[in-house]
Write a protein that binds this ligand. Structure first.
Ligand SMILES: *Cc1c(COP(=O)(O)O)cnc(C)c1O
Length: 376
């Protein structure tokens, strides 16, 4: 069976972990965490970058930094992973769902302004498949209404919008290093702060609401409880693993793009015959080949495609179950306008295997798909 995902190891993870072991510093914010922070600052140009346990944790930190109160509203797409909504819901905020664009499956920026009410505090965009949202328009809307912008850039490391790394365009950005993402550490993430205004408080929230980081830098002579917070920092073993991945980020992205481009060239013939729709990358976006998906004509065709591929020994998957119609979304969320594109695309989308090391088997996947698509 060709799996849908297979974590790629660069070969240097274990020696870094051995070094962390030898360093004898296993809790957070040791030398490897500092190395990862430096890599993130250099590669994203964010003012501040903080490793977290997960992108979910970084989103929760964002909700704390925005001081969300029960009843506040956050505008976000329904077509996303649950954490995008949960982070705000945990503060009692209401997720207000807006439909997505037909081309990129990102939040439809033209629908955002009409979803704003006096209770709206923030817009949380998701850069689906590592392809950027229309950030200029979203930042403009946010500025005119005094709203903060959070970028869920879980899938967006090494991607850019008009040359700017994703996660550094809005006020706050979150990255994921979950093993299904491009750069991995099992479970890990990062919070990026574009400017310095959030950076100091982010450090405190991440360290249980204490000014411990300032204490370690010698800026205060004791550390104490100064704000609400939690424990959001990973240990050094995780950071050591991640450091190895970061060192290879350029190579990983290039190899993923090669596979993506092969799929894209192959799928053109089916798009020409209206059997599939391929991903669309707007001109302003440079993407990281996080995902290769196809949109099939309908849900039945997708079910037959996934079953046929499985019989041929290739695992393909779909996502997301839209949040506006999920039980918790119905209970606490609010859909602004129709969710036509969200509903239609989420029923028709299928993802092909894409991982570093798949190179030798891409032809096997495409040949299997040729057979299955011919019989649809
Ligand atoms: C993967 C993902 C997350 C969650 O990332 P974790 O690091 O597993 O918490 C959140 N949002 C989106 C869009 C994702 O793809």
């Amino acid at each position: 069976m060709i799996p849908f995902n297979k974590p790629y190891m660069t070969g240097r993870e274990l020696s870094h972990i051995a070094q962390a072991h030898a360093n004898g510093h296993l809790s957070g914010d040791g030398p490897y965490t500092k190395q990862c922070h430096k890599w993130l600052r250099e590669n994203t140009r964010a003012s501040a970058a903080l490793l977290t346990h997960s992108c979910t944790a970084a989103l929760e930190m964002s909700a704390l930094l925005l001081d969300l109160q029960p009843g506040d509203e956050v505008i976000l797409p329904s077509y996303t992973f649950v954490s995008t909504a949960n982070a705000f819901a945990l503060r009692g905020a209401v997720p207000v769902f807006v439909d997505i664009r037909e081309d990129t499956l990102n939040i439809d920026e033209r629908l955002v302004e009409s979803a704003i009410t006096p209770r709206t505090k923030a817009i949380c965009v998701v850069h689906y498949a590592g392809v950027a949202c229309e950030m200029d328009l979203i930042l403009d809307i946010a500025a005119r209404h005094g709203l903060k912008v959070v970028e869920d850039a879980a899938q967006g490391i090494m991607s850019t919008y008009k040359g700017k790394p994703l996660g550094t365009i809005g006020d706050l950005g979150t990255l994921s290093f979950h093993e299904t993402k491009n750069i991995i550490a099992g479970e890990a993430g990062a919070l990026l702060c574009r400017d310095n205004d959030f950076a100091e408080r982010a450090e405190i929230i991440r360290e249980k609401g204490t000014n411990r980081s300032r204490f370690f830098r010698g800026q205060v002579d004791k550390y104490t409880w100064v704000d609400i917070g939690s424990s959001y920092l990973p240990g050094e073993i995780t950071a050591a693993f991640l450091a190895a991945q970061m060192e290879a980020a350029g190579e990983i992205t290039r190899r993923r793009l090669d596979i993506w481009n092969r799929y894209h060239a192959w799928a053109e013939r089916y798009e020409d015959r209206s059997i599939v729709r391929r991903p669309i990358i707007p001109e302003a976006c440079e993407h990281n080949a996080h995902m290769y998906y196809l949109l099939l004509p309908d849900q039945q065709a997708r079910a037959r495609f996934i079953a046929g591929m499985r019989e041929a020994g290739v695992q393909t998957v779909f996502h997301y179950v839209p949040l506006h119609s999920a039980p918790e979304g119905l209970r606490i969320g609010h859909a602004h306008g129709t969710m036509t594109v969200t509903d239609s695309h989420s029923e028709r989308l299928v993802r092909l295997p894409l991982w570093v090391g798949l190179e030798d088997q891409v032809d096997v996947v495409m040949n299997a798909a040729d057979e299955v698509l011919a019989g649809l």
